[in-house]
Design a protein around this ligand. Structure first.
Ligand code: NI
Length: 129
């Protein structure tokens, strides 16, 4: 006998999820797998410099444009459909200076949005959609 699966599949529509919030720089969790979170966020303007000591971080642009500024390397310029994986330990700053950008993030559960720093932009408990 094959054991019954512990969970049902997680499925959803990103456009639908994105329509459920307006807050910027406040990622929402849309799925969890293998200890990683799939998040979506709306970004506009500049975030703050930070790094994640133990987590690689994927940015995938769903709408608009996003620059991932990197302290020691060439910036990642991302348009719709473009992605960038920022390696752990790499100091970076997301900047959306051409209007609001919508992005998907994939990173280990518990990864803090401001990385090694805490500030008024730190979001500790992310909402789930
Ligand atoms: Ni980051």
């Amino acid at each position: 006998m094959t054991p019954a699966p512990e969970r049902s599949p997680t499925t959803g529509t990103l456009e639908d999820k994105l329509s459920q919030f307006d807050e910027q720089w406040a990622p929402r969790i849309v799925a969890e797998l293998n200890g990683q979170h799939v998040k979506i966020a709306k970004l506009e303007g500049s975030f703050e410099w930070h790094r994640h000591e133990t987590a690689d971080e994927l940015f995938l642009v769903l709408r608009g444009k996003l620059t991932i500024e990197l302290r020691d390397e060439q910036d990642c310029q991302l348009g719709e459909g473009d992605f960038c994986v920022v390696p752990r330990g790499t100091e970076h700053r997301p900047v959306a200076d051409a209007g609001e950008a919508h992005v998907l993030l994939f990173e280990p559960a518990g990864t803090r949005n401001t990385g090694d720093r805490r500030s008024e932009r730190t979001v500790e408990d992310l909402d789930r959609l």
